[in-house]
Design a binder for this molecule. Structure first.
Ligand SMILES: C[S@@+](CC[C@H](N)C(=O)[O-])C[C@H]1O[C@@H](n2cnc3c(N)ncnc32)[C@H](O)[C@@H]1O
Length: 423
């Protein structure tokens, strides 16, 4: 048997939000078997894009019996971009003690309950603070809970800014069940991490994908299964300038002079001087602004590097991003539109809701589509293609993979043009 039937290329999307994980997987034959989220406003956006054919389950991930009853068959993949609020700077260091991010364990509880229908592959996504929150204990707890369910793990960072002009670094954890191909798997106690292929490969990788703080964390955690290392390249192509995604027409949403002056006055001297020089010289410029509290005062901080700041949910005064443009000596500003949020997340034609704030919440929380496509191309679809129909434990590959020091050859991730292999 060469592989699992194409019809089994199914996934369940937990913490589905507006569905940008699904958007990223759609192009390579993945079919969504089940999606779950607790937010009806996200559901509305999700179903506006993917239809209300009945697989979106509006319900709490902790409600295992209800979730279980809606998942038919054995999905190959389960994705979980669980809430980041307790793991990010805004979360006051609550980590998994917080009620939001700890919903991850509702996902784990569900995986456990799925038993022999447990997906062969899992994909987690979260902010980079996931690696360091609670002194690294949260990441360790998450890794251990997946390893205890039989998953071999890899973790790496990708930034949306490598694909589109939005700075959005995120950490991804991939888990593959015993029996699936695992390039360069390692199962050692931390004291044995010396000069084996896994360690060499991880340490030689591009530090943008495998930053030392992440690699050190992985090396410090001795899993019941072990760690593996997928070949995750950094794209070589240059992302577009943010100006290419911004509408510069004369629409009425540009602010009046008073609002522009107010934000001009809120800039630091350095930023204001740079902007004034461009106005004076007639130079053309497009950038973005976030308002931030600095030493008790609100500052309008301009990005001059052609990259938008990380999209966020529009909570409080600092959540919404501002567009700033200089054209033929005129300084203009306005709120970034929902359509521009969608473009910055790689979903340029996504059907928007009538309510702007609903759209901004949806896109501010979402994953960036080309990042998911990249993981799919280099990890998920190759794992699917190498999988055998006959289960986790029985295939010849599974037998080979179960040896503690098995070294399966790296899969052929020959990436073609426009990328740089790093891992
Ligand atoms: C980071 S967002 C995921 C966004 C999604 N990946 C996307 O592209 O739109 C986290 C999601 O978890 C959902 N959520 C929070 N608590 C939940 C719970 N107890 N059960 C199910 N979903 C929950 C939130 O409503 C939110 O949409």
């Amino acid at each position: 048997m060469a592989g699992i039937a194409r019809s089994n290329k199914t996934f369940c999307e937990f913490f589905a939000g507006i569905g940008l994980v699904r958007e990223g997987l759609a192009g390579s034959g993945w079919s969504c078997a089940y999606a779950n989220d607790v937010d009806p406003k996200k559901q509305q956006l999700y179903e506006g894009r993917f239809g209300a054919e009945g697989h979106f389950h509006l319900g709490d991930v902790w409600n295992t019996p209800e979730v279980l009853a809606r998942i038919t068959g054995r999905p190959f993949l389960a994705t979980a971009s669980f809430p980041c609020v307790d793991l990010s700077l805004a979360g006051h260091g609550r980590g998994f003690e917080g009620s939001h991010s700890s919903t991850f364990f509702g996902f784990v509880q569900l995986l456990e309950a799925l038993a022999d229908r447990r997906p062969r592959v899992v994909l987690l996504e979260n902010v980079s603070g996931f690696v360091t929150s609670s002194g690294g204990k949260d990441f360790e707890a998450a890794a251990r809970s997946l390893a205890d369910l039989g998953y071999w793990l890899d973790a790496f960072m990708l930034d949306a800014g490598w694909f589109l002009p939005q700075s959005r670094p995120r950490v991804f954890v991939v888990g593959v069940r015993d029996g699936l191909d695992r390039p360069l798997a390692a199962r050692r106690s931390p004291s044995d991490w010396i000069a084996d292929d896994w360690t060499r490969r991880i340490e030689a990788a591009d530090r943008r994908v495998r930053p030392p703080k992440l690699v050190d964390r992985m090396k410090a955690i001795d899993l019941a299964t072990g760690w593996t290392a997928f070949d995750v390249p950094v794209p070589r192509r240059k992302p577009p300038h943010v100006a290419e995604l911004i509408d510069l027409g004369d629409d009425p949403s540009w602010w009046d002079a008073a609002a522009v002056t107010k934000h001009h006055d809120m800039m630091s001297d350095r930023h204001r001087e740079r902007v004034d020089a461009m106005v004076e010289s007639g130079e053309t410029f497009v950038g973005t602004i976030y308002r931030r509290k600095r030493a008790g005062a609100t500052r309008a901080e301009v990005r001059f590097d052609g990259v938008a700041g990380c999209l966020r949910t529009p909570r409080g005064g600092s959540g919404k991003q501002i567009v700033v443009a200089v054209d033929r000596g005129v300084l203009r500003m306005r709120w970034m539109s929902a359509r521009e949020y969608a473009r910055l997340q790689g979903a340029p034609t996504f059907p928007l809701a009538a309510n702007t704030i609903q759209n901004l919440f949806g896109f501010g929380d979402a994953v960036c589509v080309p990042v998911i496509q990249w993981i799919d191309e280099h990890v998920l679809s190759p794992v699917f293609a190498g999988a055998h129909e006959d289960g986790d434990a029985e295939s010849p590959r599974a037998e080979r993979g179960r040896q503690p020091d098995a070294r399966t050859a790296p899969q052929d991730h020959a990436g073609g043009e426009g990328q740089e292999h790093v891992a």
